[in-house]
Design a protein around this ligand. Structure first.
Ligand SMILES: Cc1cc2nc3c(=O)[nH]c(=O)nc-3n(C[C@H](O)[C@H](O)[C@H](O)COP(=O)(O)O)c2cc1C
Length: 321
């Protein structure tokens, strides 16, 4: 059951540029989650905040997989990736009833995906927005932005994009991770990237080149934007932000609401500070999100591939404990 949970998390969790920057070590009595520095974005994500956010999403995915099998773990969150130790340890598994909510979350885990195409002109119902907001119950919360705040977000996203476009090392790293083939199992291939830039108020991440994903005529006019935020800005909080991202994304998926993370705006220090002004004085933004109803017109979205489980999950034999 531990191997299955680690494999499910490795297979289904979202990660920045599909880097899958995690490694699971499965012991007979516990699961350990490590950040994988070989798949960190050294230029685009020098503090490793997006790497740890991605690992947090994988951590929550493992808990979802366990809950769907009737197990709940004790989760111990440890230090950041500068140390060699794990980011989190799951042990002390208790058998629990398999609830319909657990089954629904597991189903959402298998169907969730990132859709970068403009959303439809149908707004997300306010009841669904409230349910998605309410799904973040811990230290990390979701703030839905007002129309005026969306303009601040748009300005910050454009500026972050421009800063990265002017940096040749950032462009090179982006190109390295977004010019993959589907069979490599990591990074993004042209099939996942829009064929052209959509005319939207808040631009999606600029990948430096167009892809082959057909997009509709929409302009994201009915999209809702939100910030994932909390009251600290260190690796422990980034891990929890990743867990909250997973909770929110799965809740949204279950409600047929599409979620698109916008992350370069939080890795460029100046634009992250600009976003802070949207929040209360002591709060910090972890990620911006676009919420919307997917536009069915352009057709089927190909699934982003994953690395083989053997590269992400190590099973430790009992005698090595
Ligand atoms: C921390 C984090 C940041 C992300 N930032 C972006 C982003 O800025 N733009 C984008 O289009 N997708 C972003 N994504 C989505 C990933 O690219 C996506 O999860 C990954 O390619 C795997 O594809 P899937 O979500 O369809 O499984 C982000 C995901 C995570 C977890």
């Amino acid at each position: 059951m531990l191997v299955a949970a680690a494999e499910a998390a490795a297979r289904w969790a979202p990660s920045v540029l599909n880097t899958q920057p995690w490694r699971w070590r499965v012991h007979p009595d516990r699961l350990e989650l490590f950040a994988e520095p070989r798949r960190q974005l050294g230029v685009l994500d020098p503090d490793a905040r997006l790497m740890i956010l991605s690992c947090g999403a994988a951590l929550h995915h493992a808990c979802v997989a366990l809950a769907a099998q009737g197990w709940t773990p004790r989760v111990t969150r440890t230090r950041g990736p500068s140390t060699v130790g794990p980011l989190a340890v799951l042990d002390g598994f208790e058998e629990v009833a398999i609830t319909s909510a657990a089954r629904q979350q597991e189903q959402a885990m298998r169907t969730r995906c990132t859709d970068r195409r403009p959303v439809s002109d149908q707004p997300v119902a306010s009841l669904a927005i409230r349910a998605i907001e309410a799904s973040a119950t811990g230290a990390v919360r979701l703030q839905v932005l007002t129309a005026e705040q969306v303009l601040d977000l748009a300005a910050a996203v454009s500026r972050a994009d421009a800063v990265q476009a002017l940096d040749p090392r950032a462009r090179e790293e982006l190109d390295h991770w977004t010019s993959r083939t589907m069979t490599e199992g990591v990074g993004l291939s042209p099939e996942a990237l829009p064929e052209r830039l959509a005319q939207t108020t808040v631009p999606g991440r600029g990948f430096g080149h167009a892809g082959t994903l057909p997009i509709g005529a929409g302009h994201d006019r009915a999209a809702t934007y939100a910030l994932l935020y909390g009251d600290g800005d260190d690796p422990t909080q980034w891990l929890q932000a990743g867990e909250a991202l997973s909770v929110i994304w799965l809740a949204a998926t279950a409600l047929d609401v599409s979620v698109l993370p916008l992350s370069d705006v939080v890795t460029v220090p100046g634009t992250r500070e600009a976003l802070r002004r949207v929040l209360k004085p002591l709060d910090h933004p972890y990620l911006a999100l676009r919420l919307g109803i997917a536009d069915a017109a352009p057709g089927v979205l190909p699934r982003t591939p994953r690395l083989p489980a053997a590269q992400l999950v190590e099973v430790v034999p009992a005698e090595r404990r």
